[in-house]
Design a protein around this ligand. Structure first.
Ligand code: HEM
Length: 419
């Protein structure tokens, strides 16, 4: 045994005070936008702790930024749910992982091979070229909301249709099909859904994208949308199978609208709860950039990402994680780490740049590919919304807001507003 291995073996894997607690922890009904209280307790007492999962198995939980980054950049962890010991946080997630395999759940070198096929599609410059389109779509949605009158459900009128419209245009998916696609997406995020129902939603979505892609393979035109370009560049020349391209299309549709939609809704609530920050943003729309970063950090909506399994014995933060042990790297907890962020549980759009070094888009090779698009949409919405509706406010008390429960991506079911 070499010295490194001896050292690792000598490290105590600890008796964890949280080992009998079952993950996920519920949020406090009174403060549903805050992380579960257990995260702070764990960070203070045992930043790498063991918890129980629904099936009785154990998994490690990582709650501090330092170890989160260490883990996400370590080559000794796999994102592939087929690797023995991979931690599933619910039966529906196990079904979700079995239902499709694309680069978000792949390891190198395959992960890079597929991801690189899409990199140029999400370059910041390309996204910025979409700004006029995003602004025009938002203006139209806001016109409709105004025309229909108050009270309005901001999720239904703006937060959901905007990213949904944008990703539909980008991919070349007919927007008139958004209702059915959104239903399937919603099912796939639901942690309480029966695995059979989730598998059915996944199959329906796959069949939909498969048919659409097939049409684009036969007639890709000038490659006006991303799926057509995939057909021209990769599928038709035989460099990518139809099935792999379908899975990539499904991932982009899923990742491309639910996430940003949820954050637009939660971000608006946070600003309405902090009128002085809302006023500052109204006076200086350039603050929308800092506001977007703070919304990303504070809400950490993909609160159940990023799960991994060790592919060999490895030390993280003084703990020995053995080959085949699952780890839940909680970016929501890392984004509220007081060693990195001043007053981490306060919402503050004026944070210094160094205080914006969040991991809401994760870290390492699986870091969100669509982040320039998400940022663009957030900037456009929060530069515009209070200029158009300076008196916008909640139509119901905060306590009556309908937050999503037991979902993979956190957000609101509805958001009644008046102006
Ligand atoms: C506020 C909005 C968003 C948030 C918070 C977010 C968050 C994340 C996170 C945390 C991951 C890493 C998952 C992991 O480590 O396992 C990820 C991956 C990914 N996201 Fe996003 N995302 C957002 C919007 C988008 C958009 C608009 C798209 C584009 C259509 C997108 C496409 C992707 C893709 C393709 C991956 C997989 C990257 C890889 O595995 O290499 N996301 N996202």
């Amino acid at each position: 045994m070499n010295t490194k291995q001896e050292n690792i073996t000598a490290i105590s894997s600890g008796t964890c005070p949280f080992a009998e607690q079952t993950f996920p922890f519920p949020r406090d009904d009174r403060w549903p936008m805050d992380p579960p209280a257990e995260y702070a307790q764990m960070r203070a007492q045992e930043p790498i702790s063991k918890v129980k999962l629904w099936d009785g198995s154990d998994a490690w939980i990582v709650t501090r930024m330092e170890e989160f980054r260490e883990l996400m950049t370590s080559p000794h962890f796999s994102a592939d749910p087929n690797t023995a010991g991979f931690p599933f946080i619910s039966p529906s997630r196990a079904a979700q992982s079995r239902s499709y395999q694309t680069f978000i759940t792949m390891d190198p070198p395959d992960h890079g091979t597929f991801r690189r096929m899409l990199t140029k599609e999400f370059m910041v410059k390309r996204m910025q070229a979409m700004r006029p389109q995003v602004q025009a779509a938002l203006n139209r949605l806001l016109d409709d909301m105004e025309c229909d009158g108050a009270p309005a459900d901001f999720i239904e009128k703006v937060a959901l249709p905007l990213p949904s419209l944008v990703i539909s245009i980008m991919l070349g998916v007919p927007y008139e099909d958004h209702s059915v696609l959104q239903e399937w997406s919603k099912d796939r995020q639901n942690l309480s859904l029966a695995p059979e129902a989730l598998t059915e939603a996944a199959r329906n979505m796959e069949a939909y994208i498969s048919k659409l892609l097939h049409e684009k393979e036969l007639d890709p035109g000038d490659g006006e949308d991303l799926l057509s370009r995939m057909a021209i560049d990769w599928v038709n020349p035989g460099k990518l199978s139809h099935q792999d391209a379908v899975q990539m299309g499904v991932l982009l549709y899923l990742a491309g609208h639910e996430t940003t939609a949820n954050l637009i809704g939660l971000g608006l609530v946070s600003l309405l709860q902090h009128p002085e920050q809302k006023e500052a943003l109204m006076a200086n729309p350039l603050l929308a950039r800092g506001a977007a970063e703070e919304m990303l950090r504070f809400h950490s909506i993909t609160h159940m990402n990023s799960n991994r399994v060790a592919t060999q014995d490895v030390e993280i933060g003084g703990h020995l994680i053995r080959k085949g042990e699952g780890v839940l790297a909680l970016l929501h907890a890392a984004n509220h780490d007081p060693e990195v962020f001043t007053s981490p549980d306060a919402f503050d759009i004026h944070r210094e740049t160094k205080d914006q070094a969040h991991v809401a888009f994760s870290f390492g090779i699986h870091q969100c590919l669509g982040q320039p698009l998400a940022r663009l949409e957030l900037h456009v919405v929060f530069e515009t919304i209070f200029r158009r509706f300076p008196t916008l406010q909640l139509a119901v008390p905060f306590e009556e807001l309908d937050f999503k429960r037991n979902v993979f991506v956190f957000g609101l079911n509805s958001l009644p507003v008046i102006w």
